[in-house]
Design a protein around this ligand. Structure first.
Ligand SMILES: CC(C)(COP(=O)(O)OP(=O)(O)OC[C@H]1O[C@@H](n2cnc3c(N)ncnc32)[C@H](O)[C@@H]1OP(=O)(O)O)[C@@H](O)C(=O)NCCC(=O)NCCS
Length: 174
């Protein structure tokens, strides 16, 4: 595993989490049980903290960072339980509540919140400070509300999370 200390902070990773080869995890980063960080992700908790709950997956090539520059506001990145973050996402200084969904290639900027069961579509850009309400689907660049999610959408998103918990076990113990 490529885990790096930054200052006094080192990553804290649950024993059951899967960290794929090529992922780099730096500084003040906490990862909960059965979560998975896929190939070539970068999670850099240097100027603020990154917290990731249980059963959350962050798919290949995604970048998670924080903001805490001298001039600007400070934003940790807080990611809850059962969150799905698709391949090549950029998640920056924001909060994603339990069961939030970030589509592949999407960007989440500073101060944004995705509430429980909220969804950002593939390829979208959620601009600073925006809030996706519970069960809302936002899409586009800049992202706007597209519609409310159906029960079927929510079930599909939850199935995706469960699938990734299983898939991570297979990759951890091939
Ligand atoms: C948003 C999403 C759920 C599709 O929603 P949908 O309501 O079924 O969308 P539809 O395919 O019926 O298209 C409805 C409209 O939304 C548009 N649309 C669909 N997906 C879109 C997206 N990602 N961004 C912008 N617009 C999108 C369509 O072009 C269509 O527009 P039109 O009515 O002008 O033709 C899907 O595109 C998506 O982003 N899924 C996430 C997949 C993912 O990232 N998985 C993670 C890796 S496992």
């Amino acid at each position: 595993m490529s885990l790096y200390r930054f200052g006094a902070a080192s990553p804290t990773i649950a024993a059951s989490a899967f960290i794929a080869p090529g992922a780099r995890i730096i500084g003040n980063v906490t990862i909960g049980a059965d979560s998975s960080i896929w190939y070539n992700c970068v999670l850099r908790g240097d100027v603020e903290a990154i917290s990731i709950g249980a059963r959350t997956n962050i798919q290949d090539g995604s970048v998670v960072h924080v903001s805490g520059g001298a001039a600007g506001a400070r934003h940790p990145t807080l990611i809850g339980d059962d969150v799905l973050i698709g391949h090549l996402a950029m998640v920056h200084g924001c909060t994603i509540e339990n069961r939030g969904f970030v589509g592949l290639g999407a960007i989440v900027m500073d101060g944004c919140v995705i509430e429980s069961d909220g969804m950002l579509a593939a390829g979208a850009m959620l601009t600073p400070g925006k809030r996706i309400g519970a069960r809302e689907l936002w899409a586009g660049r800049p992202a706007k509300l597209l519609r409310l999610l159906s029960e079927a959408d929510i079930a599909r998103n939850r199935a995706g999370v469960a699938h990734y918990v299983e898939l991570a076990r297979e990759h951890k113990h091939p």
